[in-house]
Design a protein around this ligand. Structure first.
Ligand code: PMP
Ligand code: GLN
Length: 385
């Protein structure tokens, strides 16, 4: 190609290739064990795959309903009512999306415009800020405190201004592996009372919570539910991150606006996969067993690291475990993560990339959604560092 002759006014001048792509390629190049990007390295239930083939063979191969397969929306409504005692109308309060990413992007795009402020807790998963900025909005950051990643709610309240239009929360939280307690949710609810501020509640790890704790969905709390888009992902729950199917639930008035954007963005979602998910989701065992499935992996990972030099605060949810390395080196987390890949053949994510001003607290994130064999190999490496 000749030199590109046109001037581009980028709407996202500061956005670079995501850390997951960068570290993933580096891991491949150095043949490293990859505990960086969050995805399972094992197969989903064969029965679920068979359900997709069945739906294809039965001819569900054309466009699906714009809001999502009605049967799938019904089963989602039943699940939420059983787990969180909140009734969403499948007709006008639930929409199937291209993963949680599109649910989050659409909720932001439908409501955020020029100079609108959106409060984002840091460290934050990387899809929130670009979605705010590309719509002309302004992310306003609240840093979670210390290595326990707690929210200082008084500090949070100082960030609310007349321009605040939305708050994004994420529980269980990526990358920290912490969960919001009932008290946290009540603090949020109290802080937003008598405002028109909306909430995007990113709950993609809703079924991965440990040690007998309960997931506190925004849908459980009356006033929060009345202003929240709750976003979820089948990718995480059924070990199919590559299928990119999720959903969003919100009160009818909010969902009405959401769908205006949704229908011209994607219109509808993969049809045969929705048939398969509608059938599979009818058995609650398929998602209720996930807590103990991943707790076993977390416990194996942590037990295997006993006696190592890493500092561990056990993950409370998600399939991520943070490890503090300040007793090993004072390198920046980005540098240490690179060295781990090159010298030790193990890839992780430095969490400064999710922080405000790249705050470095000497912690790396490891994904334990991996086979026993991979976890054994990885922990053997970590123990010897
Ligand atoms: N939010 C968080 C916190 C995530 O970790 C992910 C997974 N990458 C997403 C949203 C996006 O989910 P999906 O792959 O369903 O778009
Ligand atoms: N959610 C995954 C993670 O946090 C990554 C998904 C992606 O690569 N965008 O690792």
């Amino acid at each position: 190609m000749p030199n590109f002759p046109y001037k581009i006014n980028s709407k996202l001048p500061n956005v670079k290739t995501t850390i997951f792509t960068t570290v993933g390629s580096m891991a491949a190049k150095h043949d490293a064990i990859n505990l960086s990007q969050g995805f399972p390295n094992f197969e989903p239930d064969k029965y679920l795959i068979d359900l997709v083939s069945k739906a294809m063979n039965e001819g569900h191969n054309q466009y699906a309903h714009m809001a999502g397969l009605p049967k799938l929306r019904e089963v989602i409504a039943q699940k939420i009512e059983t787990l969180h005692n909140r009734v969403y109308n499948p007709d006008n309060e639930i929409t199937i999306t291209v993963g949680a990413s599109q649910a989050i992007f659409t909720a932001i795009t439908a409501f955020i415009g020029k100079d609108d402020e959106v409060i984002v807790f840091k460290p934050a998963y990387d899809c929130y800020e670009p979605a705010i900025e590309v719509n002309g909005g302004v992310p306003v950051f609240v840093q979670l405190i210390g290595k326990g990643f707690k929210i200082d709610w008084d500090h949070f309240r100082t960030k609310i201004t007349p321009r605040t239009k939305m708050v994004i929360i994420n529980t269980p939280h990526n990358p920290s592996g912490t969960i919001l307690s009932k008290e946290d949710m009540l603090e949020l609810q109290k802080s937003l009372k008598d405002t028109d501020i909306l909430v995007v509640s990113d709950e993609v790890y809703e079924h991965i919570v440990f040690d007998g704790n309960e997931h506190q969905s925004a849908s459980r709390f009356d006033d929060l539910a009345s202003r929240s888009f709750v976003c979820a992902s089948f990718g995480k729950t059924f070990h199919v991150t590559g299928w990119k199917v999720g959903y969003c639930v919100a009160p009818a008035e909010l969902m009405h606006e959401f769908r205006k954007t949704h229908q011209f963005n994607v219109f509808c979602i993969d049809h045969p996969v929705q048939h398969a998910l509608a059938a599979y989701l009818q058995n609650p065992e398929h998602y209720l067993a996930l807590n103990s499935f991943y707790q076993e992996k977390r416990d194996f990972f942590l037990n295997a690291l006993q006696g190592s030099k890493f500092k561990i605060i056990p993950s409370q949810g998600t399939y991520f475990q943070l490890l503090g390395y300040e007793d090993i080196t004072d390198e920046k987390d980005v540098d240490f993560a690179k060295r781990l890949i090159i010298d030790h053949k193990l890839a992780s994510i430095p969490i400064s990339v999710f922080n405000e001003n790249a705050l470095d607290i000497k912690v790396l994130r490891f994904c334990f959604a991996k086979t026993q064999e991979t976890l054994e190999k990885a922990t053997n490496i970590l123990k010897n560092i």
